[in-house]
Design a protein around this ligand. Structure first.
Ligand code: N2P
Length: 398
């Protein structure tokens, strides 16, 4: 049986009640389904990722496609001209293997300028002023939607991406960018709580730890409005993409309560402080926590009981990028299984590259069935983004 028909029959058995939810998840993962897209599939057919299945799959959608409808056939792909000799990459910090860029340069002769940022907001600010000069940047899914809607991205020219087939089916048609028209999936992960198991007792089980004065000034939250407000929304059982004014007012009040106990809003740089013990509890992503735990084994990770974000970050080409052909060459390079595997081995995040999954030095544990139920994919906020911005400014100024 082909993978596609195996997936189809798996899905049919699940929606018709012949296959338990956990078995469906495990077998779909074994077939190459990603947790992110599986969450979207479960959400699409159950109304919420947490509930038992009750509806039939929507018509004309493959079971493991990530939920977006296919787009009409594209016109002939453009020619991007000769290969350039330079490439400018702007990525999150600690989000690549040490030798990825050097090996790419050795093989192609393309000279790479590689800069880093700490949040989607920082990236967005740079792109929205226009000519950033970057050829590749790495936004989270909901930001890809925003950038594409603002016409700030170049469409991918897939004929240059010969390794496209390595992308696991569930990542090849994400809801945030149908058919991956602009994006190559890079890494996926979750946003939870890193903590020092030798200092925090009992261990945290949810977001309320940040409101506990016992750990005053030994705690931090991410410097990211989607992560902070999203966490406080989940704390009260709301969607982390809520645009409801009452939900948001509640999240603001909770965030301000917690802020009194925080040392700072700080992103990836907090890792060093958790390692030294200056910070005991930090809102952080799973992979960065795993990186810190390599240096200090007493660092553990909690996926909060109330729920947390599940995300995919992707490579995209900003509109007007000076080296589009070289950008495609780099994208095709990282789509090689051994390159993708070495990136995940370094970052501690999940790979959307199917053949890479079996090449990982340390296989990454997938979230359990119980954890999966608590995860939610961030969505674009649309017009409510301004309301969130205002709220975040008010929280920070409080
Ligand atoms: C980079 C982690 C980025 C994760 N260190 C946020 N999407």
């Amino acid at each position: 049986m082909s993978k596609k028909s195996e997936a189809d029959s798996l899905f049919k058995n699940f929606v018709e009640g012949r296959l338990a939810r956990r078995d469906f998840i495990l077998q779909a993962l074994a077939l190459g389904a990603s947790v992110t897209a599986l969450g979207a599939v479960l959400e699409a057919c159950t109304g919420t990722p947490a509930e038992a299945p009750k509806a039939s799959p929507p018509p004309d959608k493959g079971p493991l496609t990530g939920g977006a409808a296919p787009t009409p056939a594209a016109p002939a792909e453009p020619d991007l001209g000769p290969m350039e000799t330079e490439l400018n990459i702007y990525n999150w910090s600690d989000y690549i293997a040490e030798d990825t860029v050097a090996n790419f340069t050795k093989e192609t002769g393309i000279k790479v300028k590689y800069d880093t940022y700490e949040s989607n907001e920082e990236l967005l600010a740079k792109l929205q002023v226009g000519t950033s000069g970057y050829d590749i940047v790495v936004p989270t899914g909901y930001i890809v939607t925003v950038l594409a809607a603002q016409n700030l991205l170049e469409p991918l020219v897939k004929k240059y991406l010969t390794n496209w087939k390595n992308i696991a089916p569930l990542f090849a048609n994400p809801t945030f960018d149908p058919d991956c028209a602009h994006s190559v999936p890079w890494q996926w992960g979750t946003t939870g709580i890193a903590y020092r198991s030798d200092k925090v007792n009992p261990p945290p089980d949810g977001w309320s730890i940040f409101q506990d004065p016992k750990y005053k000034h030994k705690m931090t939250q991410l410097d990211d409005e989607r992560d902070v407000i999203g966490a406080w929304l989940k704390f009260r059982g709301k969607s982390l993409s809520s645009t409801d004014t009452a939900d948001l007012a509640g999240a603001k009040a909770d965030a301000i309560l917690a802020k009194a106990n925080l040392k700072a809003y700080i992103s990836a740089e907090v890792k060093g402080q958790v390692v030294t013990g200056d910070v005991w509890v930090a809102q952080l992503w799973n992979g960065d926590t795993a990186q810190a735990a390599k240096e200090q084994p007493k660092i553990a990770y909690c996926l909060p009981k109330e729920g947390a974000a599940l995300w995919t970050d992707s490579l995209v080409i900003p509109k007007g990028a000076p080296h589009k052909r070289a950008a495609h060459a780099f994208m095709d390079y990282i789509l090689r299984p051994e390159v993708a595997a070495s990136i995940s081995d370094t970052t501690g995040y999940g790979t959307p590259n199917l053949p890479a999954s079996s090449k990982l030095a340390v296989p990454l544990p997938y979230p359990t069935d119980d954890e999966l139920k608590r995860l939610e994919v961030q969505k674009d906020l649309g017009k409510a983004a301004e309301l969130w911005d205002t709220l975040w400014t008010e929280i920070k100024a409080s």
